[in-house]
Design a protein around this ligand. Structure first.
Ligand SMILES: [Zn+2]
Length: 85
């Protein structure tokens, strides 16, 4: 009986150690840093919407990088100058 109680004690201890210490640690290690940077919020200058960089359309216009939520906003931003060319 004593052996069983000891076994149970270590089982619970190992389980707690696993779920509260090791699992969060592994989860943190598995998350790449670049993913976090990609999900930085960027602003669409046309409709003023904030969206994750990974989902935005990136265009460099006159040396400045701009992010757009859609092709429609990109075209609206470029405006008459895009029709000329
Ligand atoms: Zn937009």
């Amino acid at each position: 009986m004593r052996f069983l109680l000891g076994f149970l004690f270590w089982g619970v201890l190992l389980y707690l150690l696993w779920s509260y210490v090791l699992r969060p640690l592994i989860a943190r290690l598995e998350m790449p840093r670049s993913d976090r940077q990609q999900d930085e919020l960027v602003k669409d200058p046309v409709c003023q919407t904030y969206l994750p960089r990974s989902r935005a359309l990136e265009r460099t216009i006159h040396g400045t990088t701009r992010y757009f939520c859609s092709e429609t906003c990109l075209r609206r931003y470029l405006g008459p100058s895009s029709i000329k060319s």
